[in-house]
Design a protein around this ligand. Structure first.
Ligand SMILES: [Zn+2]
Length: 315
């Protein structure tokens, strides 16, 4: 039937008007990557950085835990924690990894996808980690909000704020990655590994000068989804112009057999001799909010969620 026929038939025109008004009453839900609110994510980043130092046991750490718990609950996620006491070169340190589970259905063996990032900061006086610790905490909060607004994925999506990622003294041996190692071993013990389709780690992705590493120990077929997603939404210039290995929380999950990608900007500030291998601002008190941008959070947030949509459509 042509539109003109409808216009000439009053009864059909009324029916069309009714359908039209009900469609207006319930606007379609945005796709997951379009539901990501970069401005709100930037505000979360500023709020978390404003808590100050956030190493385990600090007031800032507790405030971050409270914020994560509040946002997960407001967004309808199931909140849980993985708590234990780590033996470290500094003695016993209490560790609280925070987990928000979204889109959990009654389907047995429902596939799971994990998006993670650390929320602790380095043990260093005056270090507030706006990018290192702050941006990863904030982008996961932005993901929680997006999951609340978007249509349900078929996979369960777990948001995991890892704790005590940073080394207590120096990143060598088993010093560092405490929270992720404990959780990964837990997942293996519970027999959950086969259900976990993949794991994306977000780290230092708030950097104003965004340049995401094609991290060389990551699972390449899963990394391809990130690049394909970036290309689809025209952000590919920000991804994979260099390839460096980074020891980060993804290693703990790779070690139990989960496909992983470290989505990390490994060049933070000027690079070169005399600077830290990850840039002048890395692990210094110059890691502050003026080095972070809403635009970078938007690029990474939308790209990662687009990749999740693509993977979800295959599961
Ligand atoms: Zn760090």
């Amino acid at each position: 039937m042509h539109l003109r026929d409808l216009l000439l038939a009053p009864a059909a025109a009324v029916a069309l008007a009714t359908i039209g008004s009900s469609a207006w009453a319930t606007p379609p839900q945005p796709a997951l990557h379009d539901a990501f609110n970069a401005h709100q994510t930037y505000l979360y980043n500023a709020e978390v950085a404003g808590f100050g130092m956030r190493m385990p046991g600090s007031v800032g750490h507790q405030k971050t835990e409270d914020l994560v718990k509040r946002v997960v609950a407001a967004d309808g996620g199931q909140f849980s924690t993985d708590d234990f006491v780590a033996e470290t070169p500094r003695g016993k340190v209490p560790v609280h990894t925070l987990i928000g589970k979204f889109n959990v259905s009654a389907i047995p063996h429902q596939p799971i996808f994990i998006l993670a990032g650390h929320y602790d900061t380095l043990f260093k006086t005056g270090f507030i980690g706006a990018n290192d610790g702050g941006s990863s905490t904030a982008i996961l909060l932005g993901f929680a909000d997006a999951l609340h607004r978007a249509p349900k994925t078929k996979m369960q999506i777990w948001l995991v704020w890892t704790d005590l990622e940073e080394a207590v003294k120096a990143f060598q041996g088993n010093d560092g990655l405490y929270g992720s190692r404990h959780l990964a071993n837990q997942l293996r013990a519970e027999g959950l590994v086969p259900r976990i389709k993949g794991f994306f780690l977000l780290d230092m992705i708030g950097d104003k000068n965004l340049d995401v590493d094609k991290e060389s120990t990551s699972t390449s077929w899963l990394q391809d989804f990130i690049y394909a997603a970036a290309k689809q939404i025209h952000y590919e210039q920000y991804f994979f112009t260099y390839s460096e290995p980074i020891i980060d929380d993804q290693v703990s999950f790779a070690n139990v057999g989960i496909p992983v990608v470290d989505v990390v900007d490994a060049t933070f500030g000027p690079m070169g001799p005399g600077y830290d291998a990850m840039g002048e601002y890395h692990h210094t008190n110059q890691d502050t909010m003026d080095k972070v941008s809403e635009h970078s959070l938007m690029i990474v947030g939308r790209t990662v969620l687009r990749a999740v949509e693509m993977i979800d459509s295959q599961n």
